[in-house]
Design a protein around this ligand. Structure first.
Ligand code: ARG
Length: 461
């Protein structure tokens, strides 16, 4: 048998190397920066470790960090390579550091494992992605709330089973979709908090016989705290991805329902809304077509994100404790789920803020029968028992003609009804998420800037 390809961690048969590295060479490209940041924190902590001979003097630590910053810069210029023999970003960074710094590079892996590295990389990556997604989702909720408030007295038939049901308003419809996103944002913030714990210092999952300071690396990286138990820290990989993907699925389900409404309501048969043509796609054969493809793809991609979540839970189900290579396979669906959700929430905002509303079509949709329940309740007010009133209204459909849908809808003034919507309170919930994101982002960037000795993310002094 051939001796195999030389790697930092042994001679490996090329086919085995390719099979086990899988997609890592490509996927890990998005982890280059966070991998360097994680290494900067580890080396800083090692340089402070109370040993008779320090592993890194303070000057050496600065040299390693400067080299890490250079790697990030090279990567941004497209000059950093993860080679096949590296298997992944972790060994690519170590190889590069050793090439540039000699023995100093060979020392950086003291007291840690790649399991440690990939776990911390993914948490830093997730933190950055979740902050972006929290902001976009809150912005999207605000777009819907603005639309709702602008159209709070525009009539719309409320529907159940898609059949005309009761008089309602565009304001109620749009702010319902907004409030769903506001509740999703609470879940996303909880997922953010679960993610905001440092796994670093678990090593292979069982600790190391060195006085490493896990609280220090956690703090250097801007995490709220370390995950306590080192074995759990290694097992929390996958768990965290799974929780995040489940919340992403929920967000996609929320926007998927909005998308389905939109597909119906831009149909000429409804004609409630028109999308500006820049947000539609045409047909190669039918010159007249203006298709709402964005909403159709939103609907499909909500299934895609759900399947990303299922792929991860499928890998976790039945997995024993401790690191297992299976976990590598959670990386692709995790990244894909984050990307799809972010892109969807972002692309929908301009569409929803530039909708043309056809008020006469909406009014025409408010056919007389939708006033039936209101009429029955008027009879109740006159003392008729509800079931008798119900039967009378059913027997006299003509008595429902000539009502104004806006007046009818706005008469419902109890909490959350068309005439009782508290837009200010809903808006405040979106704003408080944005404040949270701003605070967290500033805090994170300050920590990483301090760690790297240059402003992050710009990498300038
Ligand atoms: N690419 C690997 C992963 O994503 C990195 C960790 C490898 N660890 C190991 N023990 N082989 O899981």
């Amino acid at each position: 048998m051939k001796r195999g390809e030389k790697t930092l961690v042994g001679q490996i048969d090329p086919a085995v190397l390719a099979y086990t590295a899988g997609e890592d060479m490509q996927l890990d490209r998005v982890l280059v920066e966070v991998d360097c940041i994680g290494t900067a924190a580890h080396v800083t902590m090692l340089s402070e470790m109370p040993l008779p001979t320090p592993l890194f003097t303070s000057v050496e630590k600065d040299q390693v960090i400067a080299a890490l910053v250079e790697i990030i810069r090279d990567h941004r210029r497209g000059h950093f390579e993860i080679q096949a023999a590296d298997q992944d970003v972790h060994l690519a960074v170590e190889r590069t550091l050793t090439k540039r710094l000699g023995d100093l590079g060979k020392r950086v892996h003291t007291g840690r494992s790649r399991n440690d590295q990939v776990a911390v990389d993914l948490r830093l990556f997730a933190k950055e992605q979740l902050l972006l997604l929290l902001r976009e989702t809150a912005d999207f909720a605000k777009v819907l709330l603005t639309f709702a408030e602008q159209h709070k007295e525009v009539p719309m038939a409320g529907r159940t089973h898609l059949q005309p049901a009761m008089p309602s308003t565009l304001g109620l419809w749009a702010s319902a979709h907004a409030e769903s996103l506001l509740d999703d944002l609470e879940l996303l913030q909880e997922a953010y908090r679960q993610n905001d714990r440092s796994p670093l210092g678990s090593a292979a999952g069982y600790g190391v016989p060195l006085p490493i300071d896990r609280a220090r690396t956690s703090d250097l990286l801007g995490f709220a705290r370390p995950i306590h138990n080192v074995l759990y820290a290694s097992m929390a990989r996958g768990r965290c991805e799974n929780i995040i993907l489940m919340v992403l699925s929920q967000i996609m389900l929320s926007v998927g329902r909005l998308a389905e409404d939109m597909i119906l309501y831009v149909m000429p048969e409804f004609g409630y809304f028109r999308l500006p043509s820049a947000y539609c796609t045409g047909s190669s054969i039918m010159p007249q077509k203006q298709n709402p493809d964005v909403f159709e793809l939103t609907r499909a991609r909500s299934s895609d994100v759900l399947s990303c979540a299922l792929r991860v839970s499928g890998i976790l189900k039945g997995l024993p404790g401790g690191y297992q290579r299976d976990l590598q396979e959670t990386k692709a669906p995790f990244m894909e789920g984050l990307r799809l959700t972010y892109d969807t929430v972002k692309v929908l905002q301009p569409l929803m803020s530039s909708l043309e509303v056809n008020e006469s079509a909406l009014r025409a949709g408010c056919i007389a029968e939708i006033f039936a329940t209101d009429r029955a309740l008027e009879l109740v007010a006159d003392g008729v028992p509800f079931r008798d009133a119900y039967d009378r209204v059913k027997a006299e459909p003509d008595a429902l003609e000539g009502r104004d849908p806006v007046m009818a809808a706005m008469q419902k003034q109890h909490e959350g009804a068309p005439g009782g919507l508290d837009f200010a309170a809903l808006r405040k919930r979106a704003e408080s998420t944005i404040d949270f994101v701003n605070r967290e982002t500033v805090c994170y960037h300050e920590k990483i800037s301090m760690l790297l000795g240059v402003g992050y993310p710009v990498l300038e002094k």
